[in-house]
Structures are given as structure tokens and as C-alpha cells.
Unconditional design. Structure first.
Lengths: 242, 242
């Protein structure tokens, strides 16, 4: 008897930004495997008696190996359980989804992916800005600022990232942003390009801070904060913020 | 007495992919202004007696002018009504959000933006693929394939779009994709780059079709379908699709 795994995107953290489908999957689950960032009040949607398993991964902290998480998922499913694998934001964006899906496919475990609200969309909404704008921000792109070692990934498409006509959102990029800014400036992005630091998006301690890429790079070079954060830069980061 | 406007992102169309907050705002609304793509079963969340106003905009069809929609929003809010402005997908992504927010700011109408599930995330989830992958798809970007006249926007960052190491999602790009493919090939993107055509995402008639950019360009050059569609291309468009 094989169970079923739902990869459930939790959205940015605000339980109001769960989808109806995500809330229902949580209420039906026998087992919920969750990361640090997808925990908190969202777990109150799980039924009393459900098995809640922390498999916390968070940049800069020790965490279970990806292989171990995949194996846990398979093991729980093979008991016949309805398993929810909760992932913050949208699970398809920087969520290491592929490795876990691959493990389930190899083991023959049926599964589904429930999409959710990306943290980048929630950050822009909280700031009162859209991510795209006709003529001046016709492209939006998401990148990660940290590879598995926590460093800025090598060999990214720097000209694409230094495009003043796009909105760029950097996930997990607070520590490496000073280094990224140096590269962006070398590739011609103006230092006064608007930037927005969005910390703890969707959580009660959410904070938004307007800046420019140069100033934000300088600020973050001295920062010790380890709040999860997104950094948006591009022409829209200066509009509408209340 | 001034009302309040909620810009509510409806997600791709599946009412299960509404957020809890979006469902609540709909249930509380006196007036709901909606586009074609955000209509259907989602409107059943509005309370009986709410005023449902179609302001349908859809590429390639006549539609109310943007100024007219903004004025309608302001007029309804100034009656003191709780107004929901429903927008498909995430309202901050190719939703012409800025013009409407600007009109409310000018008129002094308080408002909020409720983020939602982008259609691109729902399309990838339906196909069983993530939008990013460690090392080989470290950047995801969204563009629109149609400007206000319905043509391919001029002067986009073609090298960024011809990057074989990114996942690209083209919104409203079915008609112009053949022209886009010609440009991508000239900028060095291999013709066999995997592509996925996702039509009517989140609707009962949803269909997914795997292809390559060259083949899909040829297919769409002869297509007469006017289903709304997204096109994904990049290394991930070939994985996992069931």
C-alpha cells in the first residue's frame, strides 16, 4: 500500500496567503514534513494528531542532507500515509523540488505539486509595487544569491542581471549582495538603481527598506541580521512604497 | 466617506488556488471588478447581492480603456464601497497594476494588494516540474509576448532571453512566439531547447504540450487557437512531465 505525497507551497509565511487547496491538504495529512521557513502558524491547519516533522533547511545553518529528506519522504509514503511536504513560497522556485520529486518517481510514489504565492510576489505587494511595468520593466527575474556553500553562485548571466529595464529579485542574497553589487556596477548597472530590502516577508516582524543598490550593498556589508530576506532592484523599487 | 480597494490576485483560474485572504476579501466585497481571465467559479466566493462588474481585458479583443477601468475603481470607492479589483494570476505580474494603483493614490483612496499564485507557477506545478534547478536553471524570468498592440515588444533584452541556463516563461505570447523563436535562434539558443505550451492553466480544459522551441514556433505559426496560454522554455521543460 503506497501513500501519496503533496508538495504544498505555503506562500511567504502569512497563513492568510495559503491557498484553499494547501489548507485542505494540510487538514487531510497524516504526516507533514516542513522547513523552518514554512512553519509557524501555517502548521495550525494540520489536524490534531498529525505527525509534524521538522526537516529544517536554512541558509547558513546546519541542516539535514537533501538525500535524507528525500528518503524520509519516501519512507513515510511507503507506510501508506498521506504526506504533505511543505515548502515556503512557491515550491518550484529555489525549493530544491526536483531532487525530492525524482526520489518519489524512482520509488514509484504518486505525488502532486500544489503551487503557491512566491515570496517575491508577497514582498512587492507589501511594498505597494508591481513586479512589471509597461515599457520600463517588461521582464522580471528571480535568482538565488547563495549556492550550496552559501557563496554567490559563479558564472551567472551577469549582463542579464545588470539590465536596468528589468525587475530582479534576489532570494537568499543578503550576505552576498555586496559582492553582487560590485559585479553589477562593473556590468554597467547605475549605482543609484532603486533597491528594496524585504525582511521576514509575510511574518509579523516584516520590514521593508528602500535604498539604492550601492547603498544597500554598503549597509549589508556591515549587517549581522540573519532574518530571511529578499532584495528587489530595478526601476520599480522606488515607486509607491508607503 | 471613502471606501477601500483590494487588488485581489485570483491565481490562474482554479478556485482552489485562491488564497484564504482573497476568498475573504471577495466574501466581504460590495463591488467586484473582474477581467475575463479571473472570472468563472472564483466569483462564487462573492456574497449574494454583491455588484459584479466585468471590465474584461484580453489580448486581441476590444476591451475597455485602462483609464476607464481606473476611473470606475475610483468612482466605486468614493461611494464608500468595499471594492475588490480581481486580477488573474498574481496582480503584480503583467497585470497593469501600476496605472490603477496610481489612480487611487491620486484620488486619495486607501487600498491594498493581495498577492496570488502566478499562472507560471501553476503551469509548472501542473507539468510536474520546478521553475529552477541547482546549477542548470539558476534564473527564472517572466516576459510578455505582446505589447499593447498585440505585437512582440521591441528592444527586449534578447541575450537574456536566449540564455540556455534560465527558465523563461512567456505570458500572452502564443501569437508572437514564431517571431520570438527566430530572434532566439539568431542569438544562439539551440533549436532543440525544450519548450512547453500550457493552455488554459487552472481551468477544466487545461492542456500541456511538450515540444522544442523550433517545433513549437512552427506549430503556433499555423495555430488558430485563442485559448490563453503560457509558453515555458529552458532545460526544465523536458523533465518529469507526466
Amino acid at each position: 500500500m503506497t501513500g501519496f505525497v503533496s508538495f504544498v507551497s505555503s506562500g511567504p509565511g502569512d497563513p492568510d496567503l495559503l491557498t484553499l487547496k494547501a489548507a485542505r491538504r494540510l487538514a487531510e495529512a497524516d504526516v507533514v514534513l516542513f522547513d523552518d521557513l514554512s512553519a509557524g502558524p501555517i502548521l495550525s491547519h494540520a489536524r490534531p494528531g498529525a505527525d509534524l516533522v521538522a526537516v529544517g533547511k536554512r541558509a547558513g545553518r546546519p541542516s539535514p542532507k537533501q538525500d535524507h529528506v528525500s528518503q524520509l519522504l519516501v519512507d513515510h509514503a511507503l507506510t501508506g500515509a498521506r504526506v504533505v511536504r511543505l515548502k515556503s513560497g512557491d515550491s518550484g522556485i529555489f525549493g530544491r523540488l526536483e531532487e525530492e520529486v525524482q526520489a518519489l518517481r524512482t520509488a514509484g510514489v504518486p505525488h502532486e505539486i500544489v503551487p503557491g504565492v512566491p515570496s517575491a510576489c508577497a514582498a512587492a505587494a507589501a511594498a505597494g509595487i508591481p513586479l512589471t511595468r509597461r515599457l520600463t520593466a517588461r521582464r522580471v527575474q528571480f535568482i538565488t544569491g547563495a549556492d550550496v556553500t552559501g557563496d554567490l553562485p559563479e558564472g551567472m548571466n551577469w549582463p542579464a542581471l545588470a539590465d536596468a529595464g528589468a525587475t530582479t529579485v534576489v532570494f537568499m542574497g543578503k550576505r552576498t549582495f555586496p559582492a553582487l553589487v560590485e559585479i553589477l556596477l562593473r556590468h554597467g548597472l547605475p549605482p543609484e538603481t532603486p533597491a528594496l530590502l524585504a525582511e521576514a516577508v509575510g511574518h509579523p516582524q516584516q520590514s521593508l527598506q528602500r535604498s539604492t543598490i550601492r547603498t544597500l550593498g554598503d549597509v549589508l556589508a556591515k549587517s549581522r541580521s540573519n532574518q530571511p530576506a529578499l532584495i528587489l532592484y530595478g526601476p520599480l523599487a522606488e515607486t509607491f512604497l508607503s
